[in-house]
Structures are given as structure tokens and as C-alpha cells.
Design a protein around this ligand. Structure first.
Ligand code: ADP
Ligand code: ZN
Length: 713
């Protein structure tokens, strides 16, 4: 078998993603390598395909015990012999797995590192033919990585004990230092590194002002019924209160944080995996090892501490490759809070600087006025030539204006108050509010008092934040966040250094932007497709409950969506759907075909025509799209041209882009319409009189076509 055949037969996919084929070839040559791909990039196939092609057993090392069961289940679902060994199994179950290894019944064995180094497992493996070691989450081996696990260190033994067996190390996060360290620790320093693009174009990127966040989330979720998503919160308490808010609004939500018992946590997680609950409100403790491929959106309630974490967290959305949305709520006070957390932490100064630098990069993302994806990808050292078109900045380009005067007013306010006031007070002074504090300090006597009346408070807050962000104002966190002047401030104040700021966006405009985020109005065709999708989703859920498997292990959303679109009703058509391999077809093919046919029948009865390939006319569409003429389509399909015209008319009513004029000349059309008038043709009656009137010169197909055009105009 070739690797392409394995891909199709076992996984049901037609093509490899970038780098997958190269990586597989490298492993098939028994060479070591390292794979860096973003979450959802398709790392697993890189070792699963070689495992199937090579003689012997592939051992997969993974720290994520909770995930092993699902991964193994997914492989079995594809007809692959796979098992796992970890502490969750009884001794008897473990023995049975070892037996299967001995008998050669398995192609893949998932093992937790600590299990590998206990109970003589290594000795046991030495008597078997091992085809490959795959080290998943391999950044755990490096103390430089963000998730160091000491038991991973012992993996350095592998190359010594099994010098002939290739090693593939896989991870989604590794900067250059970590990368080199991983290779060194594994003893494969010269191995090639396959670095996939970290771009995930199917993820939309949006930053929204951090105001009335729960309200915004409620609206967001209600616009996405049944679409699973995660809300990440900073604190445990935050998860509980946001979850409660959503539940009160009738949204199906659960929360998850490290303060819960492990039982409670796995129950919450399970419900989310099984699509029993739509929204998971969680701290970042949730998600590592979540393989759920149909997460449709991720919201960050608070500012994450760095770009790596942020990218990993949003990466959990849309792993099936279908569009998914990500939203970050941001306000300057989030940033200040994070900054304070760093300042107050016990970390050594050196590390604090690193943390602060990282925090500043995520702030840059949040405050970007250029394409946000460019900022993210440049963080991962990827150069991007074009703006992405799928982030809020691309959708709503920012306009800037000369704000030198505004800046000068603010700076002079700061100077006159001896750099003692924080944002709130400064705004009051600029706007001329005569409140207690102002009067007590005598600030109402300042020449700057009231010079900024023309702007509203929220406008000032926005502009002051921008001045801070662009380094024109400093802030002293240890003096009650008092504003301070720096060299740049004086340049603006004294030398008129020009300052450009981004135009303030009002609450209403923001709302409009958010509405743009809301899914677009659907065409009739999409409505039918969605209804079909819902039916298939329900069927999937029934099967998954019966088999006690998460739904996405049966079929991914991408696969269901393609089924809903193409409506396969034969084995060949079903297997042509991406994600339907031989085993999946054997297990579920018939149930899904039956559902599609049932849906089509019911809807045809209720008057909504639902095209089902083979049952009706989608085959005609394919031939039409290949550019065939009417006669050739009719011959190919072994139907008369009148029937084909009937199909084309239906297709057009359904919203397909059909150009009738491709098949008929203007004169022909006019001659036929003329004849129709002459014989007083009525819609939906026989066309034979026209046929005869025209001396049988035009065939029925052309006549029907002309009439269809005539009806439309
Ligand atoms: P990772 O481990 O890198 O986060 P996965 O291996 O879980 O990603 O793959 C993510 C999703 O992409 C899975 O649903 C997987 O089946 C799918 N996938 C992987 N490779 C392909 C491919 N060549 N064609 C289509 N889908 C693929
Ligand atoms: Zn963009």
C-alpha cells in the first residue's frame, strides 16, 4: 500500500496537508525528525500513517493520559489496531494489552512515560519489533518549554537502547531554544525539523472592548445555537460567575477549574466532549489534551499573559478546519492587572523582565491597528505578505487623525498637577467636573481645567490609553497609577512633536461591528443544508451515546457538513466524503445514508425540493459545471434533453449559478417565444403545440429552456 492509499482507506482523506507527506517519507526511511505544527495542524497522521505502513509496533509517548483513550478509540474507529497503557487500566487489562503486542495485533501503542520506565516495559519492548517512537507534546522534555515534566527527561534512553528505531518528536509550541533542547535531550541533534506554518486561516480574530463582557458573550452565543465553545477566564471565581450568568440567560454552560475535585472536572469535561453542554467556562487548566475537533469559538474573558498561551488556547477552536471565531476582550486595566501580577510575583528580576516583554507582545496584539494575524504570525517568526481579511482590523480598517492638540492638553494637565493624578482625576480636570476631590485639591483653578470639555469621558479614556501605549505618557504603578511625563512627553508639549491617534469608536459603532461578527443571513440552500446537518448531528449524537464515544470520534463536523452539502446515497459517494474511510463506512455508512434519504423524502413531500445525488439532478450540475452542452449532458446521463432542462431549472431555483443562455441563441429564443404566443401556450401545459408549430425544428429541451427564460423575465 502507498501512503496515499492508507490516508484514504483508514482516514478517508484525499490529500495530505503541507509537510505531512515529507514527514511520513522521512520516517519511512527510518530517519529521525522533529515536527512543529500548530494545534489542529494534523500532527497525529504524521506518525499514524507510517505506523500502518511499517512492520512492527509504533510506540507513542504522551503525557496526556486523559486523551489516550479517545485517541485509541478514534484509531479503532478507523479500523486500526491500537491500545494504551497507563495507570487508569487494571493489571489484568494491562496484561491483555501486552499480550496483544506480543501477538502482533497492534500497530500503535500509546504509553505514558512513567509507565514506560516501570514494570520492565522497556525490556518487554526490546523483544518486540518496534517500528517508531513518536514523542507527542515533546516540549515537555525541555526545562525551557512551558510545561516541563521530569519523567520526560528519561526518554533520552530511547536512542541508546533502540538505536535502529527512528524517533519523531512532535509539539505545537517550541521556540528556537526549546527546539534545540528537545533534539539534544533525545539524542537526535542532527534530525531535520519540519516547521509548518502556524497560520490557521479558518480562525477569525477579533478584539472587543472589555465592557459588559457577559452581556456580549450572551449575545454572541445566542447567535450561535448549539455551536460548542470555550470562554477562558483568569480566575476560578470568574468561571463560576460567568457560567452562572450564561445559565441564567438559558444558555447551556458548565465551568471547569483546578479547584474542583478531579471527579467534578472530568464530569464537566465529559459533558462538553459529548456535546451535552454547549459552553465551557474555564480557566486555562482546561483544554490541554482536549481533542474535540468541533469547537466553533473561543472567547478570552481576560487578557492572557503571553502570545504563546493565547495562540494555543484559540488553536483549540476549529481543529476540523471549518470556520471558527475567536474573541479577546481587552481593556487597559486588564493589562495593568497582569503587570501588577508580575511586579508582585516572587520571580527573580530577570524572569520578570521576560514576562513583561511577553505581556507587552500580547498587548500589542490587543491594541493593533494593523492586521492582527500579521502580528501573531510575526511573533512566530513568519513573514506574511498580505493582510488576512479575517480579523476585525482587516474588516474595519482604523482611521488615524492628528491628535497633537489633544495630547498637549492631556500632558499639560499632568504637568500642572505635578504628575500626581491617575486617569480618572485627569479626565475630570480636563472635562471641568467640579467634584469634591477636584475642589479639595484646588484643581479647578488650574489653567487646564475644562480645556477638554469637547470630548466625552470615554473618548478621553480611550485617547489616554493610546498615549500610554505609544509611550507618550508613563505610568507609575507604585504611586496609585499616577501619570508621569517622559522625554517624549516634553517633546510633544514643548516642541510640538506630532501625535497620531486612532479615531475613537463609539459604543454604537462597536455594536455595529459586533453585528457584523454575527452570522450572515442564509440563502434557502444554506437553510436546507443546515437542517440536513442538524439531522446528521442528531444521528451522530444518538450513535455516540449508544457507543459511549464522543460525537467527533464518529465523524467530524467537517465530514458531516460535507455530507449535508453533497448528500451521498451510495457507498461510492459516501466514501468520497472526506473523513469517511473503509471502517467508518462499514460502521456508520448505512445509518447516515438512510438518514439522508429520509430527510430528502420528507422534504420533497413538504414541497422543499432537496437534491440528492442519484435520486435527482445533482449529477446534471456536475456535468453542467464541466462545461458540457445540453445534448452531451443528456447523452451522458442517458436522459432526454427536456428532462435535463427540468434539472437545470430546478438547480437555478435552488440558487445554483446556472446560465441558460449558454445553451440557446437569441434568435432561437425569440422564435420559440413567438411560437408560444402564437399557440397561446399556458405555463405547465404540454409543449407539443409549440414543437409542431415550429415544424419540429427545435427539440423539446430547447423549447423548455426558452420557456424557462421567458418565465423568469
Ligand atoms: P494536532 O495533533 O496537530 O493538534 P490532529 O492530528 O488532531 O492535530 O488533527 C486535527 C484534525 O485535522 C483532525 O480532525 C484530523 O483528522 C484532521 N486532519 C489531519 N490531517 C488531515 C488531512 N490530510 N486531511 C484532512 N484532515 C486532516
Ligand atoms: Zn487581518
Amino acid at each position: 500500500m502507498t501512503k496515499e492509499q492508507v490516508l484514504k482507506q483508514y482516514f478517508g482523506y484525499d490529500t495530505f496537508r503541507p509537510l505531512q507527506a515529507d514527514i511520513i517519507d522521512t520516517i519511512l526511511r527510518n530517519e529521525d525528525c522533529m515536527v512543529l505544527m500548530p494545534t489542529g495542524g494534523g500532527k497525529s497522521l504524521c506518525f499514524q500513517v507510517p505506523a500502518l505502513l511499517k512492520e512492527g509496533l509504533t510506540v507513542v509517548l504522551s503525557p496526556l493520559i486523559a486523551l489516550m483513550k479517545d485517541q485509541v478509540e478514534a484509531l479503532r474507529g478507523n479500523g486500526v489496531g491500537a491500545a494504551y497503557l497507563n495507570s487508569s487500566l487494571s493489571q489484568q487489562e494491562q496484561d491483555s494489552v501486552l499480550w496483544k503486542c506480543k501477538l502482533g495485533e497492534l500497530k500503535l501503542l500509546y504509553v505514558a512515560p512513567e509507565r514506560l520506565f516501570s514494570q520492565n516495559t522497556l525490556r518487554f519492548l526490546q523483544d518486540l519489533q518496534i517500528s517508531l517512537f513518536a514523542i507527542d507534546e515533546s516540549h515537555c522534555i525541555s526545562a525551557w518549554g512551558h510545561d516541563f515534566r521530569p519523567e520526560y527527561r528519561q526518554l533520552s534512553i530511547l536512542k541508546r537502547e533502540f538505536p535502529q528505531v527512528p524517533i519523531v518528536a512532535l509539539t505545537a509550541t517550541a521556540d528556537r531554544v526549546t527546539r534545540r533542547d528537545i533534539l539534544k535531550q533525545l539524542g537526535i541533534v542532527d534530525a531535520p525539523v519540519f516547521l509548518a506554518s502556524f497560520d490557521r486561516p479558518n480562525l477569525s480574530l477579533t478584539v472587543l472592548p472589555g465592557l459588559r463582557r457577559t452581556e456580549q458573550i450572551k449575545r454572541f452565543v445566542s447567535e450561535r445555537p448549539k455551536q460548542p465553545g470555550i470562554v477562558y477566564c483568569l480566575s476560578r471565581k470568574g468561571t463560576e460567575s460567568v457560567c452562572e450568568g450564561l445559565q441564567k440567560a438559558g444558555i447551556s454552560a458548565a465551568y471547569y477549574h483546578a479547584g474542583m475535585s478531579s471527579d467534578e472536572r472530568s464530569r464537566a469535561q465529559e459533558r462538553f466532549l459529548r456535546d451535552d453542554v454547549q459552553v465551557m467556562v474555564a480557566t486555562v487548566a482546561f483544554g490541554m489534551g482536549i481533542d474535540k475537533s468541533n469547537i466553533r469559538w473561543v472567547i478570552h474573558y481576560n487578557l492572557p499573559s503571553n502570545v504563546e498561551s493565547f495562540y494555543q488556547e484559540i488553536g483549540r477552536a476549529g481543529r476540523d478546519g471549518l470556520p471558527a471565531d475567536t474573541v479577546l476582550f481587552y481593556s487597559f486595566s486588564d493589562f495593568m492587572m497582569r503587570q501588577e501580577m508580575i511586579t508582585k510575583s516572587e520571580s527573580p528580576q530577570e524572569q520578570k523582565e521576560v514576562l513583561e516583554a511577553k505581556l507587552n507582545r500580547i498587548k500589542q496584539y490587543a491594541e493593533a491597528d494593523i492586521c492582527r494575524r500579521r502580528i501573531l504570525l510575526s511573533y512566530f517568526n513568519e513573514n506574511v505578505e498580505k493582510d488576512c481579511g479575517n480579523c476585525d482590523v482587516c474588516r474595519n480598517p482604523r482611521s488615524k487623525f492628528d491628535a497633537t492638540l489633544i495630547a498637549q492638553k492631556a500632558l499639560s494637565g499632568i504637568a500642572r498637577t505635578r504628575q500626581n493624578v491617575a486617569m480618572g482625576m485627569l479626565i475630570d480636570i480636563l472635562r471641568g467636573s467640579r467634584n469634591q476631590n477636584i475642589l479639595r485639591q484646588g484643581y479647578d483653578k488650574l489653567p487646564t481645567f475644562g480645556v477638554g470639555k469637547d470630548l466625552r469621558g470615554e473618548q478621553w479614556a480611550d485617547y489616554l490609553s493610546q498615549l500610554l501605549n505609544s509611550g507618550i505618557i508613563d505610568i507609575a504603578y507604585d504611586e496609585g497609577h499616577a501619570f508621569k511625563l517622559n522625554d517624549k512627553s516634553w517633546d510633544v508639549l514643548k516642541n510640538g512633536l506630532k501625535v497620531d491617534l486612532v479615531q475613537f469608536v463609539s459604543g454604537e459603532e462597536r455594536k455595529a461591528r459586533q453585528e457584523e461578527l454575527a452570522p450572515k443571513e442564509k440563502t434557502k440552500k444554506e437553510v436546507i443544508k443546515d437542517a440536513m446537518f442538524e439531522r446528521l448531528r442528531t444521528l451522530r449524537k444518538q450513535i455516540s451515546d449508544k457507543l459511549d464515544l464522543p460525537p467527533f470520534v464518529i465523524f467530524s463536523d467537517a465530514t458531516l457538513s460535507e455530507m449535508a452539502q453533497r448528500r451521498p446515497i451510495s457507498e461510492a459517494q459516501m466514501k468520497a466524503i472526506s473523513g469517511v474511510g473503509d471502517e467508518k463506512y462499514k460502521r456508520y455508512g448505512k445509518a447516515f445514508i438512510d438518514e439522508i434519504v429520509a430527510f430528502a423524502r420528507e422534504n420533497n413531500q413538504t414541497g422543499t425540493r432537496v437534491a440528492v445525488k442519484g435520486l435527482t439532478y445533482l449529477d446534471t450540475l456536475e456535468l453542467y459545471e464541466q462545461g458540457l452542452d445540453l445534448q452531451s449532458i443528456a447523452e451522458t446521463r442517458n436522459l432526454n434533453s427536456g428532462t435535463i432542462v427540468g434539472h437545470l431549472v430546478k438547480l437555478k431555483t435552488e440558487g445554483h449559478d446556472i446560465d441558460f443562455w449558454r445553451f440557446i441563441r437569441k434568435q432561437e429564443y425569440e422564435a420559440i417565444m413567438e411560437a408560444a404566443r402564437a399557440v397561446d401556450y399556458q405555463p405547465n401545459t404540454a409543449v407539443a403545440p409549440i414543437f409542431d408549430y415550429l415544424n419540429q425544428h427545435y427539440d423539446y429541451g430547447i423549447i423548455r429552456l426558452a420557456l424557462a427564460i421567458g418565465e423568469k423575465t
